[in-house]
Design a protein around this ligand. Sequence first.
Ligand SMILES: CC(C)(COP(=O)(O)OP(=O)(O)OC[C@H]1O[C@@H](n2cnc3c(N)ncnc32)[C@H](O)[C@@H]1OP(=O)(O)O)[C@@H](O)C(=O)NCCC(=O)NCCS
Length: 190
Amino acid sequence: MTDNPADNLRIREERLIDHERIYRIHESVFAGHREARLGDRLRRSDLAQISLVAERFSDPESGRHLSEGEGGLLGHVMASRVELSGCPGRVLMALAPLAVLPQHQRHGIGKRLVISAVKRCRLLGAGAVVAAGHAEFYAHLGFHPARHYGLYCHHEDVPGAFVAIELVPDYLAGLGGEVLFDHGFSDLGL
Ligand SMILES: CC(C)(COP(=O)(O)OP(=O)(O)OC[C@H]1O[C@@H](n2cnc3c(N)ncnc32)[C@H](O)[C@@H]1OP(=O)(O)O)[C@@H](O)C(=O)NCCC(=O)NCCS
């Protein structure tokens, strides 16, 4: 039996039993605990409106079906509300943290997590989504450099690139401004 993780994966909402495993994913992917702690903080502050895990749905050895909570978690993404300065009515969401376990990267898992999270952002009424990370990875998914929309964030030294995607055509047209993150993000320089 092949073990291509992308063929053996469900994307589902997090449950209480996942919290510690999610923490460990971020801890093992990023140096330090900043991203792992961000997840906990967003959850505690009720800012995290979306939190999805990528979980195996069958045992790679035996093929036995694994129910939710039983399969190994290979990745995780959260999305939470952010504000656009001077535009209180605009609904923007930020994807963070996002991580796929190193040994399972480049198998399409990150892409599936982001696509699912963005779909849910749209259902929650968001008109645009921002993220900080690998510009090329996000470019594959239709994101553009945030400056293309005149968006910036407080810290110049955002890790990687600051990117954005419109979910509603021209949602950001003619606006621009600073994307305001909750103080929970300050450890990440946002
Ligand atoms: C960034 C990350 C989430 C991507 O997840 P992944 O499962 O490895 O990515 P995918 O396999 O879904 O990649 C989707 C596409 O983006 C490309 N891609 C993935 N990571 C990339 C990177 N770092 N740079 C450039 N392109 C990348 C893939 O080649 C793939 O292209 P394809 O659709 O033409 O095959 C993962 O590498 C990760 O956890 N990195 C460390 C944590 C991190 O940096 N998080 C910040 C958010 S970006």
